[in-house]
Ligand binder design. Structure first.
Ligand SMILES: NC(=O)c1ccc[n+]([C@@H]2O[C@H](COP(=O)([O-])OP(=O)(O)OC[C@H]3O[C@@H](n4cnc5c(N)ncnc54)[C@H](OP(=O)(O)O)[C@@H]3O)[C@@H](O)[C@H]2O)c1
Length: 298
């Protein structure tokens, strides 16, 4: 993987994914034997701890997970320690493990496992007054989940100002009813047509909300499913655009705002059941990585 420090993530993600996609497709056109090991460095968040990730490299994990799901046994993912060390030092362990994905940290080789997590209820449920009189922006608010989130914000969180955005804006089906319902609950609602894959459009959207912006929910996304062999730059773009690029633009353009929350609607489809959705899995893992990175940055 090329060095990615200082690279615009929107460009960097295309560059890395394009290279990996070519390698994956080339491997699948080969003799059908053995596994290709795809190696990244610092692209995976391991166990929290406030350590950031290389957001440009992270989506590789989504794309390769799809390739793995479609072609069992043909690919292995390894994330090397950001602090240093070479693949050669762990090659024997990796190959001998039979595991599809591994991360090397502090000289040890880690594998992912589902574990039970205790939830104490803190941070869950109603947070009265968390946004005061401020405005919450819901991208993809004209769609299914975004609309549900907008309703929840107004009904449960008591949010009084909501901007819902989507590619078609008020032309999207059901938006009139959504607005009516939210207004009936006492909220001010605006609907904005905005293509989240275009930085200038997102800048206009954020600027339009103005200084009152106190929360962001990014639920914009679009799909374009197909096996990894059928993926190309255009198909990656189609799915990365609204979801990953849009998230990055929001991240950059709201950096100076005093936000109470910045929520990204990712999907388990970045980690499991990725077959037929290499582009979607890549976009979701980008969002996961951005969340880890934002946390690490405080
Ligand atoms: N539904 C699920 O079960 C599920 C599960 C896990 C994660 N998610 C994630 O949750 C998010 C919302 O899913 P959903 O089921 O609510 O999808 P949806 O009903 O299809 O809504 C998608 C929304 O995104 C907007 N959008 C698409 N491309 C856009 C672009 N380029 N610029 C601006 N807006 C754009 C759509 O507007 P237009 O219609 O005008 O294009 C629509 O408002 C997605 O990111 C999805 O991956 C969904």
């Amino acid at each position: 993987m090329p060095v990615l420090v200082g690279v615009d993530p929107v460009v960097g993600v295309r560059s890395v994914l394009g290279g990996v996609l070519e390698a994956v497709q080339g491997w699948l056109e080969g003799d059908g034997a053995g596994a290709l090991v795809v190696v990244t460095r610092g692209a995976v968040g391991v166990g929290g701890g406030g350590v950031g990730v290389v957001v440009c490299g992270a989506p590789v994990w989504g794309l390769v997970r799809a390739a793995q799901a479609e072609n069992p046994g043909r690919f292995v993912l390894v994330d090397l320690d950001p602090a240093g060390g070479s693949f050669a030092e762990v090659a024997d362990v990796v190959v001998g493990s039979g595991e599809p994905e591994l991360a090397v940290r502090g000289g040890g080789v880690l594998v992912p496992r589902l574990v039970e997590v205790a939830v104490d209820g803190a941070g869950v449920g109603v947070v009265p007054g968390v946004v005061g009189d401020g405005t919450v922006l819901v991208t993809g608010g004209t769609g299914g989940l975004g609309g549900l989130v907008a309703r929840h914000l107004v009904e449960v969180w008591g949010v009084r100002r909501v901007v819902v955005a989507g590619r078609r804006g008020s032309g999207a089906p059901g938006v009139g009813e959504l607005c009516e319902e939210l207004r009936g609950l006492g909220a001010e609602v605006s609907v904005v047509a905005c293509d989240m894959s275009v930085r200038g459009a997102v800048a206009g959207l954020v600027e339009g909300v103005g200084a009152g912006l106190v929360g962001v929910v990014h639920a914009a996304g679009a799909g374009d499913n197909g096996l990894v062999g059928s993926m190309d730059g255009a198909r990656l773009d189609r799915v990365l655009g609204a979801k990953a690029d849009g998230a990055w633009y929001l991240h950059e353009l709201t950096r100076e705002c005093e936000l109470a929350f910045f929520v990204l609607l990712s999907s388990a489809g970045g980690s499991v059941l990725a077959a037929g959705q290499a582009n979607y899995a890549a976009a979701n893992v980008f969002l996961d990585a951005l969340a880890v990175q934002r946390r690490a940055e405080g």
